[in-house]
Ligand binder design. Structure first.
Ligand code: DAT
Ligand code: MG
Length: 234
């Protein structure tokens, strides 16, 4: 009920299904300064627990001696809401990935994960577009080399959609430096050098939207309903 009130502004969130994988427990949060005593339903999202930033620790009694302070989870509903929101990510197989015959392998990783492909094309990127795409890196010493590399041969442009696709795609892709990327990730398995790291993935939902608009023309994005949808999401 509380979650419904907090998330009421989001038309994408379905409150009844929002915490379907959560276990619930009631926690009392006392905040001595403001004399607030809030009874909150506390949701533990098992799936996201390891490095979760969904839940923050706050001392339940801020003025109590340190050793007597109890750790209490404070639920951050705006972050959880984004787990239900359908994001868009621009994924691109870079020229080395195309030349090395890795297109199918890379597409396959996103397909198998369960994301929805809405745009796909082989494309020779003009210099101006590469510069616009990487404009945040303009001041970097490697920028000219980066532009030469991205324009050195065809790339495969993709638009992918799904709940949490931006963050998940970044995990599937792995660290920028392939030697630091975990085995099992695309870069960890298929590349060795930062300047030849085979694939791009948007770093935020906002950039996902921006990059898809940059690389795809109107009419190139296809809205469709995958038959497997009901087997992916409850
Ligand atoms: P990512 O592609 O992981 O989002 P980024 O946005 O920081 O990484 O950089 C974009 C690309 O620029 C990256 O995929 C490869 C290149 N790049 C980044 N840092 C570099 C460096 N130190 N030397 C050479 N190329 C670099
Ligand atoms: Mg980036």
């Amino acid at each position: 009920m509380e979650a419904l009130a907090v998330l009421g502004g989001s038309p994408c969130a379905s409150p009844s299904s929002l915490f379907r994988s959560a276990t619930h427990r009631t926690t009392t949060l006392s905040y001595t300064h403001s004399h607030l005593n809030l009874h909150r339903s506390h949701h533990k999202l098992a799936t996201f627990r390891p490095q979760s930033n969904l839940l923050s620790y706050y001392p339940s009694r801020p003025l109590a001696p340190k050793k007597n302070r109890k750790k209490t989870h404070i639920f951050l509903p705006h972050l959880v809401a984004s787990l239900e929101k359908v994001d868009k990510s621009y994924i691109m197989v870079k020229p080395d990935g195309v030349q090395r015959g890795l297109v199918g392998e890379i597409i396959s990783r996103f397909e198998k994960k369960g994301f929805k492909l809405t745009g796909l094309k082989l494309f020779q990127c003009p210099k101006e577009l590469a510069e616009e795409h990487y404009k945040d890196l303009k001041s970097k010493s490697f920028f000219p080399k980066l532009i030469d590399y991205i324009t050195s041969g065809p790339v495969v442009c993709m638009a992918w959609e799904g709940v949490g696709v931006v963050a998940s795609a970044r995990k599937l892709i792995g660290a920028t430096n392939p030697l630091q990327a975990e085995p099992g990730t695309i870069r960890g398995d298929l590349a060795v050098q930062t300047g030849r790291n085979v694939v791009h993935g948007s770093d935020s939902p906002e950039n996902g939207e921006r990059e898809i608009a940059l690389w795809f023309k109107e009419g190139e994005i296809c809205e469709w309903s995958p038959a497997q949808a009901q087997w992916l999401m409850e």
